[in-house]
Design a protein around this ligand. Structure first.
Ligand SMILES: [Zn+2]
Length: 136
């Protein structure tokens, strides 16, 4: 058989609704995503997914990339699937905004104590809510 170019498929990232031990994600590669996801839903195709399915943990397809198996390896090597997971990025953005709100509230209290004009908390709250709304 002649040597052919590496097949193009889909690299997919699954986000578990809760962690199983240290695992919170699964990255895989397939040429038929629908069939592969159906397999995973039945608890087949990957040992980790069989285990989390047995443990009653659900998962969602967080994102996909088009590419070869080499792409899958390079994405895995970048480490921390959570870093490229939109499902995980969502609460983090909210947390950052909440931390910013807390800082502004502290600043306002400090300004009030010093008799200075306090920071505009209304604008900060609006920005915070807009950030939450903007989360996909
Ligand atoms: Zn995630």
């Amino acid at each position: 058989m002649a040597r052919r170019a590496a097949p193009i498929g889909t690299v997919y990232l699954l986000h578990f609704e809760r962690r199983y031990k240290h695992a919170g994600h699964y990255i895989g590669w397939t040429t038929d995503l629908d069939a592969r996801l159906a397999q995973h839903r039945d608890g087949h195709g990957a040992r980790l997914l069989a285990v989390i399915t047995a443990a009653g943990i659900g998962w969602t397809l967080a994102r996909t990339w088009t590419g070869t198996r080499a792409r899958e390896r390079s994405i895995k090597k970048q480490g921390g699937a959570a870093r490229c997971c939109p499902e995980c990025g969502r609460p983090k953005r909210g947390q950052a905004a909440a931390a910013q709100m807390a800082d502004l509230a502290a600043e306002q209290a400090a300004c009030a104590a010093a008799g200075r004009r306090p920071a505009d908390l209304g604008a900060a709250r609006d920005a915070y809510l807009a950030d939450l709304e903007a989360s996909p």
